[in-house]
Design a protein around this ligand. Structure first.
Ligand code: SAH
Length: 365
């Protein structure tokens, strides 16, 4: 856990009490406001205070499972850069780089294309001080610049990559009753505990053609981001690759979840102590990017995407000459990424390019 503080019981109590006090003073919070506080409160927010990744943390991500993931993405970036006319310089931007593992693996693979390696300028968008510190160590040789948001990243030809970033952006939740949509809010029950309640939502806040009884989620921060990336690609060219768990097409449903120590937890029980996420609506993301002038590709299931990029032969090369137990553990890690019953199908990759650009690798019809 890279020297980050552990989720000591009691530590999150203060944040819960501060959230309760705010609800008493200002009324119930939207789920998005609650996520923002639980994840990013500077003193006790989940991401603001720790490195949550890995076997001893709360969850594990694809780049932490196998180096093949970042290496194949590095080759994808180099090839997509060539397809985009090899702009030099080009901004290589990662959103939410975690420990920097994906980018370190990608840059190692990109060393095989020296002209790409020389052209790229690395920009990282990261809000967690603990993870910025880990990235600084992992990417020391690559002179990255850090930013709090994409808006701060210099404009120009762009290659952007993000793995498990969108799922952490705050969502709002809605329920369809007989008389229309109601927003799910977080207030206090009679015992003073955090509890869900609902309030009628005007059509301008949320409206989808789904029947009474439906739950639905909306993620304005993701659609805003899609439009910002799409507008940059339309102006200057380049490409973006975003991988996450989620669904396509858009559909009603409830996916808000809390994860602590690799287990599902109650999202309201201990704000700051659990990761809060929701599945990504890839259709909403792709349509928003297109509305800004970009072209969206996919989403393609992660297993199919990685196989199209050659993960099979890559794994055999990684295992070659190693003791059988090591080769088998490399194969097992990759099975976890591509097996539809594990991460291969729930996780999906979406790409964005300038309109009219050729299909990026892994996204051919
Ligand atoms: N991409 C990494 C980490 C995924 S966890 C991996 O695959 O291992 C989500 C990452 O996004 C973390 O680095 C987290 O700190 C960052 N993050 C989440 N929301 C953010 C936001 N609004 N602004 C900046 N960084 C954010």
């Amino acid at each position: 856990m890279a020297g980050a503080p552990d989720a000591a019981p009691g530590v999150s109590g203060d944040l819960r009490d501060r959230i309760a006090a705010r609800i008493r003073a200002e009324g119930p919070l939207t789920v998005a406001q609650y996520m923002e506080l639980a994840l990013w409160d500077p003193a006790q927010g989940y991401y603001a205070t720790r490195d949550p990744l890995g076997a001893r943390g709360d969850f594990t991500t694809a780049p932490e499972i196998s180096q093949a993931f970042g290496e194949l993405i590095g080759a994808w970036l180099a090839e997509t850069w060539r397809q985009a006319g090899a702009p030099d310089p080009v901004t290589l931007c990662e959103l939410g780089p975690g420990r920097g593992t994906l980018m370190a693996d990608a840059l190692r693979a990109a060393a095989a294309r020296p002209e790409f390696r020389r052209a790229l300028r690395l920009h990282l968008v990261e809000a967690s001080p603990a993870l910025c510190a880990a990235q600084k160590t992992a990417l020391a040789g690559a002179s990255p610049a850090w930013h709090a948001s994409l808006a701060e990243v210099p404009d120009g030809p762009l290659l952007l990559v993000a793995n498990e970033f969108l799922d952490a952006l705050p969502i709002r939740q809605f329920e369809r009753a007989q008389d229309g949509w109601h927003e799910r809010l977080i207030g206090l029950n009679a015992q003073g505990d955090l509890a869900f309640e609902t309030k009628a939502a005007p059509d301008r806040v949320f409206n989808r053609p789904w029947p009474p009884g439906s739950m639905a989620e909306d993620r304005p921060a993701a659609t805003d981001l899609a439009r910002a990336i799409g507008a940059r690609l339309a102006r200057h060219g380049g490409a973006a690759l975003l991988v996450d768990y989620g669904y396509f097409p858009a559909a009603p449903g409830e996916t808000f979840q809390a994860l602590a120590r690799h287990r599902f937890a109650d999202p309201l029980a201990e704000p700051g102590a659990a990761d809060l996420t929701a599945h990504v609506d890839f259709e909403a993301f792709a349509r928003a990017a297109e509305s800004a002038g970009a072209q969206a590709w996919g989403p393609v299931p992660q297993g199919r995407f990685l196989q199209a990029l050659g993960i099979g032969p890559r794994v055999e090369r990684l295992g070659a000459g190693k003791p059988e137990a090591v080769a088998e553990s490399i194969r097992g890690a990759v099975r976890r990424l591509i097996d539809p019953a594990q991460m291969g199908s729930l996780f999906k990759a979406v790409a964005l390019t300038r309109a009219g650009a050729p299909a990026p690798a892994g996204f051919a019809a």
